[in-house]
Design a binder for this molecule. Structure first.
Ligand code: PXG
Length: 439
């Protein structure tokens, strides 16, 4: 390969994230452009986006308000230092988010991704207890199969085995609640499973084991997306809230996937009717257009830091790009789009149609479970003997060839279309998955 060819065509230099690099580069799937519900590949083929990118493009691709806002912003203020300095849009966005957020979650810390939101929330939890004279509260509790991004705090409290095991000893002082995935008792659930609220009582066991005075926070996804759409049983999140409150433990909802309309409400906390002490978000905050995350924290947490001399930094934490002006412009325009196009309401109004369509796949070959909530769906397949994940990935590739992009995790196919999806497009998406399962 000559130097010129190498520069133009070599796929080798890019070490792709969470990708089977060698397989991909043997048969690349490349996207050239996108609009609304659809991608166009570099070969000019139109493919439906059945997953809103990676669960982030909630308003559909190239939503005009967001595109224009970003264009305007780069012309006006490209960057402003994030420390000891401000710009108006960061304050405006924080106020908008505080208004949107449930109850007392009135303060916002900006990050650049879901992973950073998680690290930020865990650090705030530890520093909060220290600030209140309870420095012994250092333990963090996550959950089996939890996904909290890929940084060290997040993989420590996370429970996806492959994301942890190559990376050393991780954080100490971490424990994990059991997950709530239980096909035997809760197979084919729409909304919330009947069985499993008692799994939250494991937290009481941990309190007895470790002592409440050593536990800082519990972090869970209200609905776990990455592990293959694991739903919270009826009463489960309420129980976690009661037990954490009783013992002075902070409850963090990781809503990187569930925030901004995915369940037909602004937040999963709204959908499930449980108010945590912090919510971590990213993804749909900017509709995926510019990387940005936000941690929403309660009044009580924030106020615990606002002591000491005025000239002192209260929290030694932050990123060069916290509240980046272009990201703020994108987020403000995304929030406008969600509101003006009533996309959260739209997702809620499609919830039943969506579930009905997915459940029509019940008797397709290999299907062992179907789960649906909001505009999220999962079809779990019986794995091929000795070849875990292959059945789902083969199905994914067939659907891609048929013009629909899905996601797989393990042997589960996960779907999370943009909230702008039409009923006819739901039929097309689910019909294509059905055909891919039949093939
Ligand atoms: N928390 C949760 C609950 C997430 O779902 C993160 C944190 C990390 O976000 P960043 O922005 O650092 O990637 C996530 C991300 C999938 C998939 O297909 C899910 C995520 C990312 C990529 C793919 O399930 N979730």
């Amino acid at each position: 390969m000559n130097a010129e060819t190498k520069i133009r065509n070599d796929l080798g230099a890019y070490w792709m994230p969470f990708t089977a690099n060698r397989q991909f580069k043997g048969n690349p799937r490349m996207i050239a452009s996108a609009e609304g519900m659809y991608y166009t590949t570099t070969e000019g083929r139109k493919v439906m986006d059945g997953t809103a990118g990676l669960w982030c493009v909630n308003a559909g691709h190239r939503a005009p308000r967001i595109t224009e806002a970003v264009q305007r912003q780069v012309e006006e203020l490209d960057y402003a230092p994030a420390f000891q300095m401000g710009h108006p849009k960061a304050f405006e966005l924080a106020s908008r988010l505080a208004e949107l957020a449930p109850g007392k979650l009135n303060h916002v810390f900006f990050t650049n991704s879901g992973s950073e939101s998680v690290e930020t929330a865990l650090k705030i939890a530890l520093a909060y207890h220290k600030a209140r004279g309870e420095a012994g509260r250092t333990r963090l509790i996550g959950r089996d199969k939890g996904y909290h991004g890929v940084n060290f705090g997040g993989i420590s409290v996370g429970g996806m085995v492959n994301n942890r095991r190559a990376f050393g000893t991780l954080l100490g002082g971490v424990d994990h609640l059991p997950h709530t995935h239980d096909i035997a008792r809760n197979g084919f659930t729409r909304g919330q499973p009947e069985h499993g609220a008692e799994l939250a009582d494991e937290l009481e066991r941990m309190v007895a084991l470790h002592g409440a005075e050593t536990i800082a926070a519990v972090i869970v996804e209200p609905m776990a997306g990455s592990a293959g759409v694991i739903l919270p049983p009826k009463g489960y999140l309420q129980k976690l809230r009661e037990i954490t409150r009783k013992h002075g433990i902070l409850l963090i909802f990781d809503e990187v996937i569930t925030a901004y309309g995915r369940l037909g409400r602004a937040f999963g906390a709204d959908y499930y009717g449980v108010e945590p002490d912090m919510i971590t978000t990213a993804k749909g905050l900017t509709n995926g257009v510019v990387p940005m995350g936000a941690v929403l924290a309660s009044e009580a947490i924030h106020d615990a830091f606002m002591t000491g001399p005025d000239h002192m930094i209260e929290l030694f934490h932050g990123y060069t790009y916290s509240g980046n002006p272009v990201a703020c412009a994108a987020a403000l325009a995304a929030l406008d789009t969600y509101r003006e196009e009533e996309l959260f309401e739209r997702a809620a109004s499609l919830e039943d149609y969506w579930a009905e369509a997915l459940f029509s796949l019940k008797d397709k070959p290999g299907v062992i479970d179907i789960r649906a909530v909001g505009l999220v769906g999962a079809v779990e397949l019986e794995p091929f003997a000795d070849q875990p994940t292959k059945r789902a990935f083969d199905t994914y590739l067939r659907a891609w060839d048929m013009g629909v992009h899905l996601r797989t995790t393990g042997d589960t196919i996960a779907m999370s279309p943009p909230l702008i999806i039409e009923k006819s497009e739901i039929d097309q998406l689910v019909g294509t998955l059905g055909a891919a399962l039949d093939a």
